[in-house]
Write a protein that binds this ligand. Structure first.
Ligand code: G6P
Length: 491
């Protein structure tokens, strides 16, 4: 907040994302508010709570669809409003084409190496263009000033930066891409690659989690666009202006809001054991994510099987509690992922389980942040085995939840978080045997080593928290604004 006040006085902050931070649902004649399972929302929401401003997002809850509560603007968070949520309504056809189709069957598999084939359909693309325009219209309509700072989020809005730039030329457009960017050869299969690149180059700043993804983006631009690349200063200049392309590894609120009010770690353990019927001598591992094929959930289950095969001393003494929120279930690849995982759990539990103990407990429902934090605090170990992930905030949330300095993190080398959390047990999620061994090593790790590792990870996340992330982006934005101001004075 003080950075905004000092460096960006009077700046108007707007966020654009597909997913809204508070989803309003209708349950037994009552409106309930749900916090979505989205790394993007986890990261951005505390920033908006601190800075205020307007967050433009798709109104997606069942209460909205039933038109029970269809006001465009709401003050949020509901209990203590500090910013405005402006909802954009989409028709079923728009939602199918733009969200399920182009964004999640095209861009999502294109950008993640998970060996799921992207599908590009012209009708999806047309909806994607139209919905980007609809959100750009909302930005222009909501802007109170001619030069707002517009924080554009993710692969749903690759075209919006240019659309906004054309209508608000003085806006500072900061786009953050929350998922990986593929290499130029992979990217070239997208039939609308030039449009996507040109859309993104409407941004003043384009951020990725890692330098590697910045380089992939710049390489794609180099191959497919007419523009000037200044590798020393990480800028790309096209006809629409100059874009700074930099890594800004995203993070979480520190301390996280969900930690307040948590019972002591011992009590969390008791609560979780009671809930899942786990005996006192059973060690607990947790996994928390959306049921997405990029998260490597089935491979994690195979690793549990490998642990029990190779280290039978853990039979009866180890359980993985896996929370997996159903997601994008209208798409076959997502339904298949869930079915594969459920079938695997059944077969592993049938092979090793007993009447009073199961190696894997799968809770395939949405859990609110408080429940997730209680689970994190109850666990000996947290497993993040993404096949590919921009950052993965579950890894950072687990670390943040452990104010007792305990707990082991097993982390995929293909998650951006592995570039920062060096004290995790880093694994290749395609190597099932090695993941099973990592489980054994984690469960057998001496107390002092566990604590040393956790302390270092907590220092890292505590320091490089979400305010640090936003601060670095906003400082770069402030510099760009000052430079423009000076350029205009000279002109
Ligand atoms: C990833 C994306 C986010 C998205 C989240 C949840 O983290 O980067 O943009 O919000 O997944 O997915 P959903 O489709 O439910 O919003």
């Amino acid at each position: 907040r003080s950075l905004l006040r000092n460096e960006l006085p009077d700046a108007e902050v707007m966020v654009v994302s597909n997913r809204e931070p508070y989803i309003h649902n209708m349950e037994s004649d009552q409106i309930t508010v749900q916090r979505p399972a989205s790394g993007l929302v986890t990261a951005l929401e505390p920033i908006m709570r601190a800075c205020g401003g307007t967050w433009i997002a798709h109104g997606s809850g069942s209460a909205d669809q039933l038109k029970v509560d269809s006001s465009d603007r709401l003050g949020v968070p509901p209990e203590k409003p500090s910013y405005t949520l402006r909802r954009v309504w989409l028709s079923d056809a728009e939602q199918d084409g733009y969200y399920y189709g182009f964004a999640n069957e095209g861009m999502w598999p294109l950008c993640h190496i998970a060996f799921v084939r992207p599908n590009f359909r012209t009708s999806d693309w047309e909806h994607y263009v139209a919905v980007n325009r609809k959100f750009a219209d909302a930005v222009v309509a909501e802007a109170r000033t001619s030069n707002p700072i517009v924080l554009v989020q993710d692969y749903h809005f690759a075209l919006l930066p240019r659309m906004v730039r054309e209508r608000l030329p003085d806006a500072t457009i900061v786009t953050f891409w929350h998922i990986p960017w593929p290499n130029a050869e992979v990217f070239s299969i997208c039939p609308w690659k030039e449009e996507i690149l040109s859309g993104l180059l409407g941004s003043s700043i384009l951020g990725f989690h890692t330098q590697f993804h910045c380089l992939n983006f710049v390489e794609s631009v180099d191959r497919f666009m007419e523009c000037q690349i200044d590798r020393e200063h990480s800028t790309v200049s096209a006809s629409s202006g100059t874009t700074l392309v930099r890594p800004y590894p995203i993070s979480i609120e520190w301390p996280p809001a969900a930690l307040a009010g948590q019972p002591p770690v011992k009590e969390c353990g008791d609560l979780v054991r009671k809930k899942y019927g786990l005996k006192a001598d059973v060690r607990i591992a947790v996994g928390v994510e959306r049921f997405d094929y990029t998260k490597g959930i089935a491979d994690r289950f195979r690793a549990v099987e490998s642990l029990l095969e190779n280290h039978p001393e853990w039979i009866g003494h180890f359980t993985l509690v896996q929370v997996a929120a159903p997601t994008r279930s209208r798409l076959p690849a997502y339904r298949d992922t869930q079915v594969e995982a459920e079938t695997l759990v059944q077969s592993i539990n049938a092979r090793f389980g007993r009447d009073d103990w199961q190696p894997i407990i799968l809770a395939a429902t949405h859990h609110e942040p408080d429940a997730v934090f209680t689970l994190f605090r109850s666990a000996d170990l947290c497993m993040v085995s993404s096949l590919h992930d921009g950052m993965n905030l579950v890894a950072k949330e687990f670390v943040a939840a452990r104010d007792d300095d305990d707990g082991v993190l097993i982390l995929s080398t293909f998650a951006g978080a592995s570039r920062e959390l060096h004290e995790a047990l880093i694994v290749n999620p395609y190597d099932i045997h090695a993941m099973g061994e990592a489980l054994h090593i984690g469960l057998s790790m001496p107390d002092d080593q566990r604590r040393d590792r956790m302390r270092l990870m907590r220092e890292m996340v505590g320091e490089h928290n979400i305010y640090f992330w936003a601060g670095r982006m906003l400082l770069d934005a402030a510099r760009i604004r000052k430079r423009r101001h000076i350029e205009r004075q000279i002109a």
